[in-house]
Design a binder for this molecule. Sequence first.
Ligand code: MIC
Ligand code: SF4
Length: 755
Amino acid sequence: MKVFDLDMIQRVYERYPARIAAARKVVGRPLTLSEKILYAHLWEGDASAGFERGKSYVDFAPDRVAMQDATAQMALLQFMQAGKKRVAVPSTVHADHLIQAKVGASKDLQDSLNQNNEVFNFLSSISNKYGIGFWKPGAGIIHQVVLENYAFPGGMMIGTDSHTVNAGGLGMVAIGVGGADAVDVMAGMAWELKFPKLIGVKLTGKLNGWTSAKDVILKVADILTVKGGTGAIVEYFGEGALSLSCTGKGTICNMGAEIGATTSTFGYDESMRRYLIATGRQEVVNAADAIAEHLTGDKEVYAEPEKYFDQLIEINLSELEPHVNGPFTPDRGTPISKMREEATTNGWPLQVEWGLIGSCTNSSYEDLARAASIVKQAVAQGITPKAEFGINPGSEQVRYTAERDGILADFEKMGTKVFTNACGPCIGQWAREGADKQEKNTIVHSFNRNFSKRADGNPNTHAFVTSPEMVAALAIAGDLGFNPITDTLTNDKGEQIKLNPPVGDELPTKGFAVEDNGYQAPAEDGSNVEIAVAPDSQRLQLLENFTPWDGQNIMGAKLLIKAKGKCTTDHISMAGPWLRYRGHLDNISNNMLIGAENAFNGEANKVKNQLTGEYGEVPAVQRAYKAAGIPSIVVGDHNYGEGSSREHAAMEPRHLGVRAVLVKSFARIHETNLKKQGMLGLTFANEADYDKIQEDDTFDFLDLQAFAPDEQLTLQINHSNGVSEQIKVNHTYNASQIEWFRAGSALNLIKKMEA
Ligand code: MIC
Ligand code: SF4
């Protein structure tokens, strides 16, 4: 097969030496890999000045864009409005999120095609029209398909999914964004990002025994927590990094999303060469080898990293223990040797009911091979697995090859359900039997996120994240406290069996194979392709412009909800069953904030309607404010909007008339999404002011008319007892972002420029 967009990759590499030389001049010291990639992708071309990390807003020119079905709908509905004929950079759409896992691949995929026909047709024809490659349902999970086909060392891409960062495994700077950001790049405009801070992770030693690449990131997540990477690129280096496989590096970068990192990356090395060659991209290797020195950090940097990174972490792979993170948050790490004790102390059910292997994080050939080696031992030794088992291969290429090599057969011998090459249970597309009974139970999976209700909708499911091989061991044992390094299992003859550590080929010895990879190339000239959206469609809705700011201070805004604690994008705009409305803004708005905990009563989806004094569901109460023409605000806690890139979490409040979101701190993508959609995303200047917010409060923005970069805004809180107080709130809007707010949205501004 032909390498996709080889000419683009060669062009990027051709200009690398000059770009790096310019960067060296302005920065005036050795460069990290992250800086090289960033400076090589400046919108202005050769750097004319150095940037301040964590401060400067910089315009970049990413090389490509990736979108998945659940976010592409909104991204492309917006792109349609930008008035362009064709996308300006190579772009792809991947149908992976909308496919449910129920009985197994062939039936599930067919059911999904029937149910989502309208959406898939829309995505396929709009891709065709605008020159976008379309990967059909069943082709695989976006990030695996990107790694296999599109990622290249030293490249820069953005994608409408937070795990776009997976491509760091092939040495890219790949960043998750909202659809409106993708529209900028596809429309041929600059893409803006605050120049990231840099966290260095030095890996020494070598993985062994039961430890895998997943444990590196589980450990890093434990150290940095879900917000420790915010605004930073994590750059991995050291001898330990060289010993990891390319897909293993992908796993580590993938879950960098869970620490809020802008992205993560690794320098170009042998593992990447091997992977590129195995996936048919010798030409990319040839091109990369010619400029290899620019595709990794400078020697001086890695010799004295503390001088060049804002923060430095060191992990010795030789000493790293397998980790199991959870429940309910991916940063709660427990080494397997401590799990029994931790679980018992915290009342986590020890009995494991399901083991799931897959998701964009861990669904490579190597992942399946290593997990299969455990399963095989169990079958051979007469050990009956105690938990149920399901797998989602990452791509059709991986599935086909794994089937050829007998890996899937190993799983099937143990009664494993092989689901479609898609996200499946990872995003709540899992028809788990009995989940509606809401029983307290434990599952283990190799995914990246384990927020409450995510996989099966049951708030009492305790989901734990671990490596595929550990999922296999724990599911076979049916025991969360089982430590395969020290413990034994009883087989059907009553013998005590110790499992050998996992083994598995990094890449298939017979090479990858696939019959139909599921790719649809776009038309050369798509100008005649019609995009039809039925006016009465329940799944798709053409967008209307958001109204521009009227130039007045917002006065008399009601408090819609004061959210307490973790409020991820899953809480703000739930996935699972709601994925079906991702192309219909009004319909999906009925899930707005239904998962958020109301700080005043501890309940979800129950807030006071200040007009009637009665309690109602969040979307309904907000619709009442909207109907009455009354603005409102949302108040939240730390790391608000953590998780997904879904811009629905920003568009829904915008659509329903919420004007501002005021929180202690934001997750990066969500904050940008709010800005792009013309909302006010604000933070408390004094965190303790969160406590001042009462249930019956109304708010006046006193100096919005003077909204300016680096200037605080003043908010007057009017309590129902007649007392008013003023607080200061911070924002990170620069001048052009303030223009988005004034215009009503970034898209309104693009349209204005086109007109
Ligand atoms: C996720 O893992 O939460 C998702 C579903 O892939 C999201 C994107 C989405 O909500 O469509 C993400 O991570 O960005
Ligand atoms: Fe899909 Fe899960 Fe990966 Fe998101 S995290 S892209 S839902 S597999």
